[in-house]
Write a protein that binds this ligand. Structure first.
Ligand SMILES: Cc1cc2nc3c(=O)[nH]c(=O)nc-3n(C[C@H](O)[C@H](O)[C@H](O)COP(=O)(O)O)c2cc1C
Length: 474
């Protein structure tokens, strides 16, 4: 590798010395070095201040500690590499072309032998974005991340959209030293961002039946919202705590035109309801509606039993509750209850057609519009998704107030929201079954149309689920 590959400590590694011990801490791993020799200390200083080649670092250790110090140096270097403390800098004369920082526990750099005559292409999962003041390269399949420090690195990536050999790249960029280019390609291979293609022009990713069925965005979402494929914090980190106030549990009123809804007698329901196992066994999607439309009283009972706020819980920081929470009939991540329900009403006895928002605290509908062509658009979309010949009596459009969840959770906010939608769907299904209604969940729907109709900011609140409902045909 020689002087073209410089090893350094990753920039976010925290190092402190106390009582003769050196403590190293990355975002995910730590190490305590005891009885640090002069040579090792020199090597660590160099790794912190710009780095050095492996040969240079080992010579430092040798000079200070003698031959015995070399084993100690290599032992520690191995510890640093395994913990993901080391960044690999590909040099181009005095400039850095790119920096690769493997995750802790990733396969060692340079494990995959690069072949001069073979053709390589970027994996379709590799992508580039700005992070702070850097352009970085990431992939849900990657073992680490790459910072593109020189424009030539980005230019090489452009060529790698098509399969090519290192030689073909060099003919385009003759000023790029051969060794630097080779190291850059080896680094991308090790990172899992580049793939070799065979003589037929097929890469393993393309031939693999499992990988073929992963779409880019699904795999990225999966990798980034679970542990193990990245080094970002995961869970309730409250990272906006000092800067942004959490949203209240209940939205501000959306309309002055309000309709009080029927409240069923829950005590009576406890006695008269179908038994739980019957409801569970009978639950199914029903897409056939009775001639008699669903009534506003049924709608009131349905929403009360599935989605009302049973209790508002004030924020109580000393007790660890940093935001206002609530209790509802369905479970919700962090008791944040970010989901809101909008109703597009086609036909409902006692309720004019139009668009409504459900206020789960007052148990009231807020009228947002009459039955416009856009309201019909929402109903039509659901009708098509469920394969209906007519419009459903009522469609529910479930939105998320994203920042209710994102204020608390890091890496998992959107996945928590999707799970919450699932929990609400099942509750809507069970309540509809207990009420002899016809329920069907819908898999996808328009997010921006509802924003326009209800005056929502897409990034603050937009649709994440749909559900259709009516009286079932017996
Ligand atoms: C997340 C989710 C999305 C769904 N999307 C649709 C849909 O777009 N159209 C539809 O007709 N049914 C949809 N369904 C209903 C399923 O087709 C149905 O639950 C499944 O076929 C099992 O049948 P069952 O509900 O009668 O037990 C969806 C269900 C779920 C849970």
């Amino acid at each position: 590798m020689g002087d073209n590959l410089i090893l350094s400590f990753r920039p976010d590694l925290k190092i402190k010395e106390e009582a003769g011990k050196i403590y190293l801490q990355s975002p995910v791993r730590s190490l305590v070095c005891q009885r640090v020799s002069r040579g090792l200390r020199q090597s660590m200083k160099t790794l912190t201040a710009g780095g050095g080649s492996e040969d240079f670092l080992s010579e430092l250790a040798f000079k200070e500690d003698g031959a015995g110090g070399l084993a100690n140096f290599y032992y520690h270097l191995q510890q640093f590499i395994e913990r993901g403390f080391i960044s690999y800098n590909v040099m181009m004369e005095q400039e850095i072309l790119a920096i690769y920082t493997p995750f802790s526990g990733a396969p060692l750099f340079n494990e995959k032998p690069f072949k001069q005559k073979r053709r390589y292409r970027l994996s379709r999962f590799t992508y580039s974005r700005r992070d702070g003041q850097e352009i970085i390269l990431e992939s849900p399949l990657a073992n680490g991340r790459v910072v593109l420090t020189h424009w030539l690195a980005a230019a090489v990536l452009h060529l790698l959209a098509e399969a090519c050999t290192a030689g073909e790249i060099r003919t385009q960029f003759p000023t790029l030293p051969k060794k630097s280019l080779q190291l850059f390609l080896e680094l991308l291979l090790s990172a899992g961002m580049l793939e070799e293609v065979d003589d037929a022009g097929i890469s393993p990713g393309e031939g693999d039946e499992v990988l073929q069925q992963w779409e880019f965005h699904d795999l990225l979402f999966h990798a980034r919202s679970r542990l193990g494929s990245h080094e970002q914090p995961v869970g309730g980190t409250y990272r906006f705590r000092e800067r942004i106030a959490p949203l209240p549990a209940v939205k501000n009123p959306m309309s002055s035109e309000r309709i009080k809804l029927y409240r069923p007698d829950v005590e009576k329901l406890r006695e008269d309801d179908y038994p739980f196992s019957l409801v569970l066994e009978e639950r199914k999607s029903i897409r056939n509606y009775a001639d008699k439309p669903i009534s506003v009283q049924q709608l009131g009972e349905f929403l009360y039993r599935s989605a009302r706020i049973k209790e508002l819980i004030k924020a109580n920081p000393p007790a660890g509750l940093l935001y206002e929470a609530s209790n509802r009939p369905y479970p919700g991540g962090g008791a944040a209850y970010e989901l809101e329900i909008y109703l597009a009403v086609n036909e409902c006895e006692g309720l004019a057609g139009g668009l409504y928002h459900y206020d789960p605290w007052q148990h009231e509908l807020e009228k947002l519009s009459t039955r416009t062509s856009e309201v019909e658009g929402l109903l039509k979309y659901c009708s098509a998704a469920a394969g209906l010949k007519e419009l459903p009596p009522v469609s529910l459009h479930i939105t998320a107030r994203f920042q209710r969840v994102a204020w608390k959770y890091q890496s998992i906010a959107y996945s928590v929201i999707q799970k919450d939608v699932g929990a609400l769907y099942q509750t809507l299904y069970l309540v509809a079954t207990a009420m002899d209604l016809a329920p069907t969940a819908i898999g996808s729907g328009p997010a921006k149309l509802l924003c326009r109709m209800a005056g929502l900011n897409y990034l603050e609140e937009s649709a994440v689920g749909e559900f259709i409902l009516g009286n079932k045909r017996i």
